[in-house]
Design a protein around this ligand. Sequence first.
Ligand code: HEM
Length: 156
Amino acid sequence: MAELHPACAPLAFLLGTWQGTGTGVYPTIEDFSYAEEVSFAHVGKPFVAYAQKTKDSGTGLPLHAEAGYLRPQGDGRIELVLVQPSGIAEVLEGTVEDCDIRLASTAVLGTPSAKPVTATERRFWVDGEVLRSSVAMAAMGLELQHHVVSEMYRLS
Ligand code: HEM
């Protein structure tokens, strides 16, 4: 395996595959719960590849999925570029500090048929053995607010 690029050292705490469960809410939909798997991988270049998939906890059917790249910029700054099969693409900027990544969107674009999303905020943070991931969004004409949060444990 390639050596980790030095720029990615602040992200080393994420590398690997994690699995767990989460819950989701939004004023326009029914509350839901889901199973989630995420992976963070590197190829020796100054980015970390991120892939996520989720399933409905009740039916086991696929729910949301997304994939993108975390791009550390030095001095604790980080970028994330991300796409979703729901037709949404996000560009985010933020910080990584003490195993805690906080990001806010600078651009969210949708395909013509995508549901309207104008802003997102995301957090990935590791606390002991647990990786937590959360998303807030301004969607369906509403203010930015919490949508999903999950807790995952390391598989590899
Ligand atoms: C773990 C991640 C996520 C899961 C499991 C999830 C799941 C869901 C579910 C089950 C619904 C309701 C049914 C549906 O419309 O399909 C929903 C609605 C929605 N989600 Fe998510 N979601 C996730 C992340 C996101 C993200 C990152 C965005 C946007 C950046 C997003 C945007 C939306 C929108 C726009 C709706 C439609 C709300 C409406 O129709 O009123 N979701 N999500």
